[in-house]
Design a protein around this ligand. Structure first.
Ligand SMILES: NC(=O)c1ccc[n+]([C@@H]2O[C@H](COP(=O)([O-])OP(=O)(O)OC[C@H]3O[C@@H](n4cnc5c(N)ncnc54)[C@H](O)[C@@H]3O)[C@@H](O)[C@H]2O)c1
Ligand SMILES: [Zn+2]
Ligand SMILES: [Zn+2]
Length: 384
């Protein structure tokens, strides 16, 4: 539960079916995402309390009359974008841009506080105002399109990250057109950056390197994704020097931005942001543009919520960089990725560092945001 930049554990009414295509899911596992932190820090606005959480799975409790693919008792994972499955964008495999799920705040412009994309679970009124899954029960709209039934032999923890971070990491690599032999440089060794590293191997990359400002996060990337690692120091110039030194001075074929607009900031970054009336900093995206080779691809998974002036458009043009990004099309990749998990080609649950009851959600947000107790990923049980 969120109110004005804080998270609280409270009792609320159970959700009910409101539409024929709804299902009510009894949540058995739910996680906190780096995206939740942007709301928690107050950087994405939300004035009324709402139930947060877009990484959740559970058991189908009840279905609307129009949902024939699910029945009471099915165990499902639910992709984080709320999407109708039938509009122009859904038909083009772009569920994050669904034209129907966010009727009040949707539009073609993608403005600061107007005309946003399709809805997301538990992700502010601007993104549809739907309650999320950091709860015992959640209403899932368009339940005939999003949820996927999980094979019985897989545990909750093995599949939970199919809801968001694994398809997201994979999207970064897919946008990067990694097809074999590439050097992939990933900024961020949080849950998303690590999932991008795992995905890069699946797609045949030759070298996979994670960058972070925090050593224990790099250790986790090494341990769970067999990635090479580089510590970001000072202004990050050491990272650019390193990648050029191992690529005949060219740069990485693909850079993945898995940090977002709220990176570790120096005092100078903060002064610059204040002078420019800017929130956060685009410094990691800028580092990607320096680190990528000419003609290379930058995939932006980290959230950017606000405009920035002085964006290096000249560098983009001179180097002929392709930039792709946005909310990941989880529905597009989830079936193939579930198959990979089930075949044992990839392991997802090795990034979990904390298992807590949902009643400790305030503590869970705090350690994840502050990077305390070696926290990388928290999974919560709403029933313990
Ligand atoms: N595109 C999508 O669909 C999608 C989905 C999920 C998450 N996200 C976004 O991805 C980003 C990462 O999410 P996460 O869950 O891994 O969060 P996280 O906050 O745990 O990870 C971010 C990591 O970046 C590191 N970092 C900070 N400054 C850095 C710098 N200058 N250089 C390198 N690393 C730096 C942090 O130490 C941290 O380990 C967030 O912005 C989140 O909102 C996007
Ligand atoms: Zn997320
Ligand atoms: Zn749609």
């Amino acid at each position: 539960m969120h109110f004005g930049g804080s998270v609280k554990y409270e009792t609320v009414d159970d959700p009910i079916i409101k539409d024929n295509r709804d299902a009510i899911i009894k949540v058995t596992a739910t996680a906190i995402c780096g995206s939740d932190l942007h709301i928690y820090r107050g950087s994405l606005p939300q004035t009324r309390p709402m139930i947060m959480g877009h990484e959740f799975m559970g058991i189908v409790e009840e279905t609307g009359a129009g949902v024939t693919n699910l029945k009471h008792g099915d165990r499902v994972v639910v992709p984080f974008p709320i999407a109708c499955g039938g509009c122009f964008f859904c038909e083009h495999d772009l569920p994050g841009h669904c034209e129907n799920s966010n009727p009040v705040h949707y539009g073609p412009e993608g403005g600061l506080l107007t005309q946003k994309g399709g809805a997301l679970f538990g992700y502010t009124d601007l993104y549809g105002g739907y309650d999320g899954g950091q709860a015992q029960y959640v209403r899932v709209p368009y339940a005939d399109y999003g949820p996927r039934i999980v094979p019985e032999n897989l545990t909750n923890e093995q599949v939970l990250f199919l809801t968001d971070i694994f398809p997201t990491g994979y999207s970064g690599i897919d946008w990067g057109e990694v097809n074999g032999g590439e050097t992939v440089l990933i900024f961020g060794a949080g849950p998303v950056g690590i999932m991008a590293a795992k995905s890069a191997w699946l797609r045949g990359a030759e070298r996979v390197i994670n960058v972070d400002t925090i050593p224990y996060r790099l250790d986790k990337a090494k341990e769970t994704a067999n990635a090479e690692t580089v510590l970001w120091e000072g202004d990050g110039k050491n990272v650019i020097d390193y990648i050029r030194s191992i690529t005949d001075n060219r740069g990485a074929d693909v850079c993945v931005e898995a940090v977002g607009f709220e990176p570790e900031r120096t005092v100078w970054d903060r002064i610059k942001a204040t002078v420019n009336f800017e929130k956060g900093s685009p410094k990691v995206l800028e580092a990607c543009m320096s680190a990528v080779r000419r003609g290379g691809i930058v995939s932006v998974l980290g959230v950017y919520a606000t405009p920035f002036d002085n964006f290096p458009i000249g560098q983009f043009f001179d180097k002929g960089i392709t930039i792709k990004g946005g909310q990941a099309p989880a529905q597009k990749h989830i079936d193939k990725l579930m198959q990979y998990v089930s075949e044992g080609k990839v392991k997802l649950d090795d990034i979990i560092t904390h298992r807590l009851p949902l009643s400790q959600v305030e503590h869970a947000y705090k350690i994840f945001r502050n990077k305390e107790e070696g926290c990388v990923k928290v999974v919560m049980d709403p029933w313990s």
